[in-house]
Design a protein around this ligand. Sequence first.
Ligand code: B12
Ligand code: SF4
Length: 352
Amino acid sequence: MSRQVPLRIVLLKPSKYAADGYVERFRRGFMPNSTVSYLKSLTPAEVDGTPCEVFAFDEYVHTDLDYLSLLAPGADRRTLLALVGVQSHQFHRALDLAALARSRGVENVVIGGPHAMTCETTPLQGRGVSFALAEAEVIWLSILRDAIQGALQPTYGADGRWWGERLDPPPLVPPSRRDLRRYAVRMLGVYPARGCPYTCNFCSVIKIAGRQVRSQPVDTTIASLKAAAAGGVRMVMFTSDNFNKYPDVGDLLAAMIEEKIRLPFFVQCDAQIVRQGFPYRCGTRGDGRRRYPGSDRGAPARPSHVRGYRPRPPRPRRRLPPATPEPLWHRSRAAAAEPCADGRGRRDQPPG
Ligand code: B12
Ligand code: SF4
């Protein structure tokens, strides 16, 4: 019987290049990346008898750069580098990381996320890096199977972007406590429903998640929330685009009350939220927190549009502290010494 070579899977959320050409890195991030946790939870411990070992990184907060050493082939295992949740402003960095891994001999590299799902990647296809054009639930297992064999297809998911009408992912595994400490808020993004019925022409959400609102079982979300609370998460962001268009929202909130899940959370809603009586239900959770209407992507959610919202009187303005020479963000020495993806040496000079 042939020996199964284990598969090392490196899930990496790429950062982006700043205007001076450096990779942006922060001592502390805002919140852990949701796609990294989601893909990690979606990865089985073994595929067809082949063990899968998963490493997950958010490049924005990994100032130590040790993760780059994983972008190399191993003598006794195959490697798959999956660049996840790649947005358009992170795409250049994703391509450079892909090129670095391939030049070092990594067998399998795939790029997925909003950019690959919504933008043209045809000129880049068939050059040694694969593109995920569909939701991971549709194609992740095929990618893992092909990676175990040692060769990926140029694209995955060209024939269908979305999973079925109901979503059925496993409960989310939260980041480790060590990784949670890398963020200002020990927060987890949970995705109980996706899709948006609207068609705002400036927004790419409906290309990524579709116009039909699809949701996972409430029990799965509750299991994710329980695992999050037990794992040291202190706050949740429900990352669904229009939480008030999620049909099971009442059941979810009722289940959270019943299960005494007291994690504070925030959501994105449209201004029709008030007609649905939804904020009052949120309030019955009894966490005593205020709810602030906000506006994202130009959606008309000014307080004056939300009946029943009573703004607080404005606070007197605080004086800003005097300017310091230290930038608020942190660029480590190690980051400055990081080689360019093309191996031509340090990226320590502004380009041009
Ligand atoms: C939550 C959210 C945020 C949170 C991020 C929370 C976090 N740390 O994760 C906050 C508020 C911080 C945020 C910030 C920003 N965001 Co935002 N955000 C979202 C939102 C609403 C949901 C993303 C999410 O968590 N989804 C849940 C995960 C599980 O799903 P997913 O990432 O889509 O992954 C699925 C597929 O894409 C695919 N997939 C993804 N990666 C891979 C990899 C492989 C190998 C495979 C097979 C599949 C695959 O499978 C996954 C499961 O189905 C999306 C809108 C949307 N609905 O997509 C916008 C969205 C991603 N954001 C967007 C933007 C522009 C930004 C900002 C740049 C805004 C700004 N000007 O500052 C910043 C960038 C922050 C950063 N550093 O990345 C755009 C990206 C557009 C683009 N083409 O690049 C989106 C699509 C919104 C929009 N309307 O256009 N965001
Ligand atoms: S901006 Fe908001 S309401 Fe409009 S399509 Fe995007 S997610 Fe839907």
